[in-house]
Design a protein around this ligand. Structure first.
Ligand code: KIV
Ligand code: ZN
Length: 525
């Protein structure tokens, strides 16, 4: 057996493989697209978190996806890297090519099996689908030893047909069989029973690991995933913060903490270092611009906050009165938890700064550390307390822009109650400094009009969101801007202690990402 057939930590009877698909199914969420540098950073953080399998992308979908899977495959050390492929040779070839640099690699091939999908989406007879299952898995298996097969819309598939497909996939060499609840329609008892049914009826079922993959349309993705595990599944597919199409996928942090906290009822273990959960959550939120709702389980800002007097009183007497898990167990430092995770201050040195950035998944060269450290010191002069969120916002705003076509130089704004509001903007466009002044219906409109005047474009502003990175009036503002053009979209972020400067940087960032996408556009699916 070669190295790529061996999962990072082989599952035992009670060991559950964690398969993270934030970079693939998560990224499919509208507006959540990430660039190469962001994907590499997230992949490093996922490895630190202890994820067994990282699904890095769908290589045939675009050149960008292909490059990202290849780069992540080259960087990975411990985790298995998976790529998605439809049941077609050209997809599987492209996937294998992208995965080539990985020490541990998995081809994940899928086809729809439900009557609805076969008839309307694939327009294929069941017999043809069954043949495609065997052919695609056998072909993938001729290229790598670790092959996962998924029955798309598996939870709405007729049982007899599902059994025949699963048996065929295993016979053709699939090592993992995934039964997705693609449309989030299942309920726990029924979804769990599906796995019991497969284990009872498919003769070669013990030759593969069974996997759950649940979407959250009815808010049941985590409950369904756990029901599947209780019925014999030993791999869970999930995403950080539950990122994913529509209502998202099952949230990794909720599943892992449920298994850990209720080990009495759910006697399964994972290889996840739960103390790294907050890091991963913050990074995904920062990269995508998707703010985590305050009352979100495990990673929401209020998940460990105790506001009411009765609760505070109980907590002071014994933490167990209202706390079923500790903030430390998910990576919040208790002393700092109430203040949002203070980590750095004005007197922190370069070594501590660099170490903290490494924890947050940044691998910066010396020049980038110098540049970001200088901005960190400037920020620390304005703001007493520097939090992880500040560092993420600051570094994201600073790094990776050297190659940008459009670069921010300076901004002066006349705001206030007397119209018209006016923006005086200087940008560096293709290395040439250009200046203009524009008015608008408010200062943000004036800034965006000035950008349009300097770099004319048709992209539509789809989202403008301001988020205070931390508490306090001296907090940095982090602005997310989403621009849409034809079928392309890009999220840009900007951070600054001045909200208007942050807005301008965010718009320019999104525009640069859109320009890269224009250049990379490849025939879609
Ligand atoms: O939800 C789904 O069915 C999927 C498959 C491609 C695995 O994401
Ligand atoms: Zn999915």
């Amino acid at each position: 057996m070669t190295a790529d057939a061996v999962p990072a930590s082989p599952p035992t009877a009670d060991r559950v493989v964690i398969f993270d698909t934030t970079l693939r199914d998560g990224e499919q969420s509208p507006g959540a697209s990430m660039n190469l540098e962001e994907k590499l950073r997230l992949a490093r953080v996922l490895e630190e978190l202890g994820v067994d399998v990282i699904e890095a992308g769908f290589p045939i979908a675009s050149n960008g996806d292909f490059e990202a899977v290849r780069a992540i495959a080259g960087q990975a050390r411990r985790s298995t890297i998976a790529g998605l492929a439809r049941a077609q040779r050209k997809d599987i070839d492209r996937c294998a090519e992208a995965l080539a640099p990985a020490e541990r690699k998995r081809i994940h091939t899928f086809i729809s099996t439900s009557p609805l999908h076969m008839k309307y989406k694939l327009q294929m007879e069941p017999a043809k689908v069954l043949a495609a299952v065997s052919e695609s898995v056998a072909y993938a298996r001729s290229l790598v030893e670790d092959v996962e097969w998924s029955a798309e819309d598996g939870s709405r598939t007729e049982h007899d047909f599902l059994c025949r497909c699963v048996e065929a996939a295993i016979r053709a060499g699939a090592t993992t069989i995934n039964i997705p609840d693609t449309v989030g329609y299942g309920v726990p008892e029924e979804y769990g029973a599906l796995f019991s049914m497969l284990r009872n009826r498919v003769p070669n079922i013990d030759q593969a690991i069974l996997s759950v993959h649940c979407h959250n349309d009815l808010g049941l993705a985590v409950a369904n995933s756990l029901a599947g595990v209780q019925s014999g599944a030993r791999q869970i597919e999930c995403t950080i913060n539950g990122l994913g199409e529509r209502a998202g996928n099952a949230a990794l942090e909720e599943i892992v903490m449920a298994l850990r906290t209720r080990h009495d009822k759910l006697p399964f273990i994972t290889g996840i270092r739960t103390e790294a959960i907050m890091n991963a959550s913050r990074l995904v939120s920062a990269i995508t611009g998707f703010v985590v709702q305050p009352n979100k389980a495990i990673v929401g800002a209020n998940a460990f906050a105790h506001e009411s007097g009765i609760h505070q009183d109980g907590m002071l007497k014994h933490a167990g009165t209202y706390e079923i898990m500790t903030p430390e167990s998910v990576g919040l430092v208790r002393a700092a938890a109430d203040r949002g995770g203070l980590v750095m201050g004005k007197h922190s040195g370069r070594a501590a700064f660099r170490a903290r950035l490494a924890d947050l998944g940044y691998a910066l060269d010396d020049t980038a550390v110098d540049e970001t450290f200088r901005r960190f010191k400037e920020l620390a002069d304005k703001k007493k307390e520097i939090f992880d969120e500040d560092l993420i916002a600051l570094v994201d705003d600073q790094i990776g822009h050297a190659e940008d076509t459009i670069q921010f130089v300076s901004l002066d704004v006349r705001a206030g109650s007397r119209a018209p509001q006016r923006a005086e903007l200087v940008l560096l466009i293709d290395g040439e400094e250009r200046a203009t002044s524009a008015t608008g219906n408010g200062p943000v409109d004036a800034i965006f009009n000035a950008i349009k005047a300097l770099y004319p474009h048709d992209a539509r502003l789809d989202l403008y969101q301001v988020h205070a990175v931390t508490a306090g009036t001296d907090a940095q503002a982090e602005v997310s801007v989403r621009l849409e053009e034809q079928d392309r979209g890009a999220v840009g972020r900007g951070a600054d202690s001045d909200t208007l400067v942050a807005s301008c940087r965010a718009y320019v960032h999104a525009l640069n990402k859109l320009l890269v996408k224009r250049g990379r556009a490849a025939p879609g699916l």
